[in-house]
Design a protein around this ligand. Structure first.
Ligand SMILES: Nc1nc2c(ncn2[C@@H]2O[C@H](COP(=O)(O)OP(=O)(O)OP(=O)(O)O)[C@@H](O)[C@H]2O)c(=O)[nH]1
Ligand SMILES: [Mg+2]
Length: 321
């Protein structure tokens, strides 16, 4: 089942961002460097209009450096997009970000024309951590779960430099199914909105091909070469067995094994991992766009055929698509 999470507070955030946007010069979108495609908000272009934008691939310290370089090149090759990689807790690189913002809006300086920067991004990506690093003290609350920041907060970095922290936001419909799983694996989705076993299985599918040696090392698995060919459920079972997630009678507790895998990925105990490449992401996006277009075609055909039909019939048919 595809993952969806757009609770009411995100709709409130969306409206607040639209309202604030009128007086913003530069928008920093924070992406998770472990899922640089899936963590990009498809609504953002619409929300930010012509504002200057900077993409920050955060948590680069726990992402695969080679893949980070590939993603940076991919984003920087796009028209009007500038991207940099960062570790939000690291002061010197964060200072580079200030410079980049100043360069994007050179006409905004001095107390009568302060530079106004808004930081947005998915939940738990490190927005508040970056604010704190930039300002040099713990001004915003941070924590390792989605939804720590509840309302927008302004911090003045200088007399002529304002930063706005916003609550984490996803989007109303996550059409890229794999992207939804990666978001959940990263900790951007509320715990009640997904099944841990399902997410762990998808996570293992993304990890086992490029990083079998990390799995072998962490879970003391034999035959590294065979790991990419294992079925994801076999792999989760083996991991559970190795880590002692076994029930009375000897069966592996898959729920427990899933929690172990998710925790190990989130805390980077597994190692530096990036779940996606630009090529793979483009492919998922194309498949999702085609499925969405097909859904719209069916809907239009239904509307044309049965304009007299009752609206709830339509809703039921749509659900079945
Ligand atoms: N490894 C690593 N962890 C980070 C980095 N930035 C933030 N974190 C951790 O990620 C977790 C979330 O950080 P926050 O700053 O609260 O994230 P947020 O984007 O403000 O989250 P919400 O307010 O819930 O939307 C915390 O446990 C941080 O310590 C980073 O660059 N690298
Ligand atoms: Mg926050």
């Amino acid at each position: 089942m595809a993952i969806q999470w757009f609770p009411g507070h995100m709709n409130v955030t969306k409206k607040a961002i639209i309202e604030r946007m009128k007086e913003i010069d530069v928008v920093i979108e924070m992406l998770d460097a472990r899922l640089p495609g899936s963590s990009a908000n498809p609504m953002l272009a619409e929300l930010t209009g012509t504002r200057k934008k900077l993409k920050v691939l955060n948590k680069q310290d726990v992402a695969d450096p080679e893949r980070t370089a590939t993603w940076l090149a991919w984003y920087n090759a796009q028209e009007g997009t500038q991207a940099i990689a960062l570790d939000a807790g690291d002061t010197a690189p964060a200072q580079r970000l200030i410079k980049a913002c100043r360069e994007l809006a050179p006409n905004r300086h001095g107390m009568d024309k302060p530079l106004r920067v808004l930081i947005c991004g998915i939940p738990n990506v490190g927005k508040s951590t970056l604010m704190n690093t930039l300002v040099g003290k713990k001004a915003a609350k941070t924590g390792d779960e989605a939804g720590i920041t509840k309302i927008e907060q302004r911090i003045n970095l200088a007399n002529d430099f304002y930063l706005f922290d916003t609550p984490g936001m996803l989007w109303p419909k996550i059409t890229i199914e794999k992207g939804g799983y990666h978001l959940a694996a990263s900790g951007a989705v509320g715990r009640n909105a997904y099944d841990e076993e399902e997410v762990a299985l998808e996570l293992l599918t993304s990890i086992k091909g490029p990083y079998p040696q990390l799995l072998a090392a962490r879970y003391k698995l034999d035959n590294v070469d065979q790991i990419p060919t294992l079925h994801d459920e076999e792999l989760l079972t083996e991991i559970g067995r190795k880590r002692g997630a076994v029930m009375t009678g000897g069966r592996v507790n898959l729920q427990k094994a899933a929690e172990i895998v998710l925790n190990d990925f989130r805390s980077a105990i597994l190692g530096r991992i990036t779940l996606e490449t630009p090529e793979a992401f483009e492919q998922w996006a194309a498949v999702a766009a085609e499925a969405e277009a097909e859904r719209q075609r069916k809907k239009a055909a239904r509307n044309k055929k049965g304009s007299g039909r009752r609206a709830d019939d339509d809703a039921a048919a749509e659900q079945a698509d």
